[in-house]
Design a protein around this ligand. Sequence first.
Ligand SMILES: NC(=O)c1ccc[n+]([C@@H]2O[C@H](COP(=O)([O-])OP(=O)(O)OC[C@H]3O[C@@H](n4cnc5c(N)ncnc54)[C@H](OP(=O)(O)O)[C@@H]3O)[C@@H](O)[C@H]2O)c1
Length: 255
Amino acid sequence: MTLFDMKGKVAVITGSTRGIGLAIAERMAEHGAKVVISSRKADVCEQVAKGINDRFGNGTAVAIAANISSKENLQNLIDESNRAFGRIDVLVCNAASNPYYGPLAGISDDQFRKILDNNIVANNWLISMVVPQMIERKDGSVIIVSSIGGLKGSTILGAYAISKAADMQLARNLACEYGKHNIRVNCIAPGLIKTDFAKALWDNPENLKASTARSPLLRIGTPDEIAGAAVFLGSAAGDFMTGQTMVIDGGATIS
Ligand SMILES: NC(=O)c1ccc[n+]([C@@H]2O[C@H](COP(=O)([O-])OP(=O)(O)OC[C@H]3O[C@@H](n4cnc5c(N)ncnc54)[C@H](OP(=O)(O)O)[C@@H]3O)[C@@H](O)[C@H]2O)c1
């Protein structure tokens, strides 16, 4: 096996029908992993899984729809993934929600709770569902897609930023809890990436300029520029890394 090989590994990736999750699923499949494609829409999951099977061989991907707001959906995602592939070696908690832009004083309780539930509590549910089999095998990698929003204060993304900071701490805590079982738990913190989720921040030229003017690489990123870090963390290359947050942001946070 080469360092970044994922042959024989099974990866479940939430929110993998587009954007960063899709790029992670495609690159993991390219590196030999079996992948579970998941989002809220079953038909889109099927379409994406078919595309991956056409490219990398039948049996590489399966589609299992799940809304991260539902504990039952997440348990079904894990049960069906086990049924399809017999094991889960890598879990990528990628899907997240941000229903509110604006100052924290204006956020409704429901909006705040949805952000905390979907971006923190649901990750802990999902991880708790997968970890027992990883403990049995004494091997596993959990990757949480956080955000550089969790490293900075924000005037418009407050609750989201709080949830993404909590994800970094979730990774540190769970890395401590599960380290003795050789389970690694890390975050990836992307900067601004050209996806639907962040469209409001790059769609308009003024916003785009404001987001990139002080960034060393002077541009936003693409989903594929995040995928390599996930392959690193999911393969032998990342075996000694745990509890960390990998910032991939074109230098936005250091300038
Ligand atoms: N784009 C950025 O600039 C950026 C920067 C930092 C961090 N991030 C983080 O990166 C992750 C992925 O974001 P993205 O930019 O790739 O978003 P995206 O392109 O909008 O893709 C989001 C994916 O998640 C799925 N999804 C959305 N809500 C879901 C739910 N409640 N349950 C299950 N699946 C759901 C979507 O499919 P359906 O809508 O069909 O369910 C889709 O597959 C998020 O954690 C986000 O916070 C993004």
